[in-house]
Design a protein around this ligand. Structure first.
Ligand code: CP
Length: 309
């Protein structure tokens, strides 16, 4: 990372990613510490969240720090017209670290430019969700025993889904092959396909979520159609239920296949998949706590003494 903020997954080197995953493993084994004793962290969520906010706040609590913040921007002075710049400058007077989610792409990058304390991007519009990517990588590593040479199938809203955008950019270090399964309206934007081409990442783009695709993949990453990003709700209605994974579709899938989803799900994964041992999305969300403990320590420059239990 060029500075201590984490606004984009691209800012992390391969070594930094691997080191963060090792730290996440350490925190999974030893979740309670006092690394943040005396520190205060702000969680500023201008957009709704369940997992990201609560796992970040749990991470701070388990590290011995304290949390201030909001989960509903309508209760703050931004509803009176206060700018993001002024909000960030004010909050940075009170805390050691700001974790923020915002509907505008680039908001976290802008906040990092004006903030004297580090910023962690907890999702900025359809752009990036780097902490989600680290927990996704941790989940992939835990379930596959490796990150290299995997076949990963991304399904659903590849246009607006920030988690898949960040995941592609992080996986380029590990020689993946991607299947992009989406309708014409929600296909992977050109900038990410160009990124793949420039970085030698192999990908296939299809509209059919076929048996052939499912049976030849190591990871299926389902995504929710992002209703909140549509300007035309009629279009949302047309595309919202195009891809649903049912248990019967997994009958001939690989033994090592695991199904991921950043959650929340709407209709993308049928409830009959939940009992299948290949379903991993709830464990994936749990891994978010450990990955976020590792990220917080990294951006605050806290060296983890792994000998201390
Ligand atoms: N995966 C994720 O970002 O979930 P939340 O929107 O609940 O934080």
């Amino acid at each position: 990372m060029e500075n201590s903020s984490l606004v984009s997954i691209n800012a992390l080197t391969k070594d930094e990613i691997v080191s963060l995953l090792e730290d996440a493993k350490y925190f999974e084994e030893h979740p309670n510490h006092r690394f943040l004793a005396g520190k205060v962290v702000a969680t500023l969520f201008f957009e709704p969240s369940t997992r990201t906010r609560l796992s970040f706040e749990t991470a701070v609590n388990r590290l011995g720090g304290r949390v201030i913040g909001f989960s509903d921007a309508s209760t703050t002075s931004s509803s009176k017209g206060e700018s993001l710049k002024d909000t960030i400058k004010m909050v940075s007077n009170y805390v050691d670290l700001i974790i923020m989610r915002h509907h505008l792409e680039g908001a976290a990058c802008y906040a990092a430019e004006v903030s004297p304390v580090p910023i962690i991007n907890a999702g900025d519009g359809a752009n990036q969700h780097p902490s989600q990517t680290l927990l996704d990588l941790y989940s992939i590593y835990k379930t596959q025993g490796r990150l290299n040479n995997l076949n990963i199938t991304l399904v659903g809203d590849l246009k607006y889904g920030r988690t898949v955008h960040s995941l592609i950019m992080a996986m380029w270090h590990f020689n993946p092959t991607f299947n992009f399964v989406a309708s014409e309206e929600l296909k992977m934007p050109n900038e990410y396909k160009e990124f793949c081409e420039e970085h030698g990442i192999k990908y296939n783009e299809v509209t059919d979520f076929s048996e052939d695709v499912i049976n030849n993949t190591d990871i299926i990453y389902m995504t929710r159609v992002q209703r909140e990003r549509f300007t035309d709700l009629m279009e949302y209605e047309r595309v919202k239920n195009l891809y649903t994974l049912h248990n019967a579709m997994l009958e001939n899938s690989r033994e090592n296949l695991r199904i991921l989803h950043p959650l929340p799900r709407v209709n993308e994964i049928s409830y009959d998949v939940d009992e299948n041992p290949k379903a991993y999305y709830f464990n994936q969300a749990k891994n978010g706590l450990f990955a976020r403990q590792a990220i917080i320590c990294k951006v605050l420059g806290i060296k983890i003494n792994k000998e201390a239990k």
